[in-house]
Write a protein that binds this ligand. Structure first.
Ligand code: HEC
Length: 120
């Protein structure tokens, strides 16, 4: 009787713990309503390109011939970068094969472009 109750409680705790792991840590720490992006290149835009885009946009076989490694390359392709991230109709949706990125991630690029694409 008592053992059964303990087991049920233990199972409930395990289920809650496992569900907790599915929460995207970034969403939890920075919900969309608190997007603190300032549009800095080095701190925001380049790290985003590095994690979400660079693997396919480097070297001789870069996707669409678009290189997204350096400041100059990202600046040159900035308009297209933003429209692909926004899944605009006239370009291929990026990152290829993945769902649209978080609004706060897209906003980093938008703010950087709006701010004049500084190398900051
Ligand atoms: C899994 C590989 C992959 C990833 C990750 C990826 N791309 Fe691409 N990208 C491609 C390929 C391949 C193409 C060529 C067009 C196509 O096949 O859809 C392309 C094309 C593009 C183009 C040209 C689109 C056009 O219609 O002219 C841009 C700009 C671009 N990618 C930006 C990005 C950005 C920004 C990211 C990250 C947010 C990204 N890509 C992530 C593979 C990738």
């Amino acid at each position: 009787m008592m053992d059964g109750k303990i087991i049920k409680i233990a199972i409930a705790i395990i289920i809650l713990a496992v569900q907790g792991c599915y929460y995207d840590a970034e969403n939890y720490l920075y919900p969309e309503s608190v997007c603190n992006s300032k549009g800095y290149f080095a701190a925001e835009v380049q790290p985003l390109m590095n994690t979400k885009c660079k693997s396919c946009h480097t070297g001789a076989s870069a996707g669409g011939g678009i290189l997204l490694e350096t400041y100059d390359q990202i600046k040159t392709n900035s308009a297209k970068v933003l429209s692909t991230m926004n899944h605009a109709a006239n370009v291929s949706a990026m990152p290829k094969g993945e769902p649209i990125m978080k609004a706060c991630e897209i906003k980093k690029v938008q703010l950087w472009i709006d701010g004049g694409m500084l190398n900051n």
